[in-house]
Ligand binder design. Structure first.
Ligand SMILES: N=c1c2ncn([C@@H]3O[C@H](COP(=O)(O)OP(=O)(O)OP(=O)(O)O)[C@@H](O)[C@H]3O)c2ncn1[C@@H]1O[C@H](COP(=O)(O)O)[C@@H](O)[C@H]1O
Length: 110
């Protein structure tokens, strides 16, 4: 079992995004911006769904890793620290998922 954490990956993403290294995929996403990275995140989400519904556990593991990496890059681009997301998840542990949903502000389309 690895002790590598999402916080470790967030640190790598921050360093590689600053590197400007032509060989860095992270730096490429930074250059292409929020719209492109958000689209990639959506593609990885779809690939994760396909893996979950019609492929094996190894594919689901791989696609989930792609999904989490792209989410961290998008959060970095939007200057939202992973700690803010973790704090939100921690806040939600005080209630059930359905209670949390009932307390959300109404969104268009709800
Ligand atoms: N965890 C990841 C990671 N997961 C997925 N990917 C990349 O995400 C891409 C997703 O796959 P696709 O098939 O959609 O990619 P693609 O076809 O090359 O992309 P497009 O041309 O369609 O944009 C691949 O290029 C993967 O290599 C990642 N790239 C980087 N990391 C981490 O970030 C670190 C720094 O990477 P660089 O910034 O590349 O140095 C690495 O050491 C890793 O720790």
């Amino acid at each position: 079992m690895s002790d590598f954490t999402l916080e470790d990956l967030e640190t790598i993403v921050a360093a590689r995004s600053r590197s400007g290294d032509a060989a860095s995929y992270t730096a490429t996403l930074m250059r292409k911006g929020i719209g492109h990275t958000a689209k990639k995140l959506g593609e990885e989400a779809v690939e994760t769904i396909i893996a979950a519904t019609s492929e094996d556990a190894a594919r689901l593991t791989s696609e989930s890793a792609d999904l989490l990496y792209h989410l961290l890059v998008l959060l970095h681009l939007k200057q939202v620290p992973l700690s803010a997301v973790m704090a939100e998840l921690a806040r939600r542990t005080a209630q059930t998922g359905l209670e949390e949903k009932a307390g959300r502000p109404k969104q268009a389309g709800d």
